[in-house]
Ligand binder design. Structure first.
Ligand code: BG6
Length: 507
């Protein structure tokens, strides 16, 4: 990793949870590896009244938490935190921004002659537009002396309309090349590895198309519930929270054409083309192609797990989905007729994210007469945890006859000893500091992904007849999701259901 140019990082929403839990520990890790800029200053901005010292102490506790107990790096943490300053500010109020300009002037004098500034919006989304506008109206976005970049956290809008609105608001002050939209899935090492696996090897790409692939399955399962985020999640749901962004990004990388280079736009053009080719799901087909669910109370290993509607911040009659499974097609030359299945959910039996490529069976089954357990070859790209790649294929069982047994060729990233696999945030922040936007979402792609989910959201809003199924916490979601995959082995279940009880029901 190269050392970025000297710069000031301005974090809006600096007293919030995301800053101390994710962002600052990621910066600390970069600092320890000596890949933060030589001259590096961080200014935290938020409403809370904190002094520089109080701010540093708060962040220090977050860094210590991320390291875990028993690790003492006090000296290193203190020297890292010397770079941090704080400014209490009403971020929505343009009148207050002169104080920001003054503070930035003081903090960047040491960085001259280059005054590079990276803004990071770690605030509730309602503030994205006003902050960008306020930065713009005091001219802080102008690249007269050094670069100006802005990182925005998801959600990028609430629906197609609001995402267009946000795009307009950001573009009123910043050019697209200055905007870095974080989708932290793109920062995951194994998500990037999809590209290397596909385009760095000669053996996979010839098979990577409708002639050899039967269907593609992508799962992102979480075992946790909404973990105190009920208020946010109840207004969002799995489709907005996970599908519109993380899952579709994985679809993009799995399905894209080879880019001409690894330049940001070259790669992002190909992802955009995939999104443009997603066959829209007609509102009348939503109930056939999309299954939504919500977890209900169950016991897991004897312990009561509350249902979603019992979580704090969630409406007692909520119809927000905590599970979504979708069948869809990509209408282009490579994927014509190949179904894609994606699913995501909270309170499933385990935490796992994986892409499963199901290959077509051989044209003629020579071993049909024998009892076989060949289910077709599968290539499984495990994004998390236990990052790695697994290939399943048939081999002869030793002995008489021709019994075929499915065996695994299994690679685990953990086998690569002494290799630091950087967490997603670390990689992404470093990329923004060095001006590499390859792994950031571009405005046009974000808009296309909203177009894809829009008819589903509309159909659900209009109800009636749009069902939502209850599934016991600790199971793999509504049983109805099973019937989405008609033609083959069904979904892959990396582990069994965990619930001792609980009811599958219609809510
Ligand atoms: C976030 C969602 O974007 O991704 C969360 O808002 C979700 O609801 C999280 O839990 C999952 O990320 P990861 O990296 O834990 O798979």
């Amino acid at each position: 990793m190269k050392k970025p140019e000297d710069q000031l990082l301005v974090i809006f929403g600096a007293s919030g949870d995301l800053t101390s839990r994710k962002l600052v520990p990621a910066l600390y890790s970069l600092f320890k590896r000596n890949v933060t800029p030589e001259k590096f200053v961080v200014l935290g901005v938020s409403r809370s009244e904190l002094s520089d010292d109080q701010f540093r102490r708060k962040l220090g506790a977050g860094v210590q938490d991320s390291l875990g107990k028993g690790i003492n790096e006090e000296q290193m943490i203190n020297s890292f935190l010397e770079r941090f300053y704080y400014l209490p500010l009403d971020m929505a109020n343009p009148q207050e921004y002169y104080r920001l300009v003054e503070r930035i002037d003081v903090l960047t004098t040491g960085l001259s002659p280059v005054k590079n500034i990276l803004f990071y919006l770690s605030t509730p989304p309602v503030l994205f537009g006003p902050i960008a506008r306020n930065i713009g109206s005091c001219g802080l976005q102008k690249e007269t002396e050094g670069f100006r970049r802005i990182i925005v956290e998801k959600p990028f809008g609430y629906d197609l309309e609001s995402s267009r609105q946000l795009r307009k608001e950001l573009h009123a002050s910043f050019e697209e090349k200055q905007i870095y939209r974080i989708d932290h899935y793109l920062g995951k090492e194994t998500v990037q590895n999809l590209l290397v696996m596909r385009f760095g090897n000669g053996i996979f790409e010839p098979l990577w198309n409708r002639n050899y692939i039967d269907h593609v399955e992508i799962t992102s399962a979480e075992s946790l519930g909404v973990e105190g985020r009920g208020g946010y999640y109840d207004g969002s749901g799995a489709l907005r929270d996970m599908v519109q962004n993380h899952l579709l990004q994985m679809v993009g990388l799995t399905a894209m054409e080879p880019p001409s280079s690894m330049e940001a736009d070259s790669l992002r053009n190909e992802v955009f083309k995939v999104f443009q080719s997603l066959r829209p799901i007609r509102e009348e087909d939503v109930s056939k192609q999309v299954i939504r669910g919500q977890y209900v109370a169950s016991h897991i290993r004897g312990e009561l797990v509350p249902g979603y509607r019992e979580e704090s911040g969630v409406q007692p009659e909520s119809r927000t989905e905590t599970f979504a499974a979708i069948k869809f097609y990509i209408d282009n030359w490579r994927w014509g007729g190949v179904p894609f299945y994606i699913r995501t959910g909270k309170r499933l039996p385990t935490r796992v994210t994986e892409v499963v490529i199901h290959f077509k069976p051989t044209p003629h089954n020579l071993f049909r007469k024998e009892e076989t357990c060949m289910t077709g070859n599968q290539l499984i790209i495990r994004i998390q945890p236990d990052e790695g790649i697994l290939l399943k294929f048939g081999l002869k069982e030793p002995g008489s006859g021709f019994q075929v047994k499915t065996v695994n060729m299994d690679f685990h990233y953990s086998d690569l000893r002494d290799v630091h696999v950087p967490p997603a945030y670390e990689r992404l922040i470093h990329d923004a500091m060095t001006g590499d936007s390859t792994l950031y979402s571009r405005a046009d792609a974000v808009e296309e992904s909203w177009k894809f989910v829009a008819p589903i959201l509309k159909a659900w809003e209009r109800e009636p007849g749009q069902k939502i199924y209850g599934y016991p916490a600790g199971t793999w979601g509504p049983q109805q999701a099973e019937s989405l995959i008609e033609n083959s082995s069904g979904w892959r279940y990396p582990c069994k259901n965990l619930a001792d009880d609980g009811e599958y029901c219609e809510l």
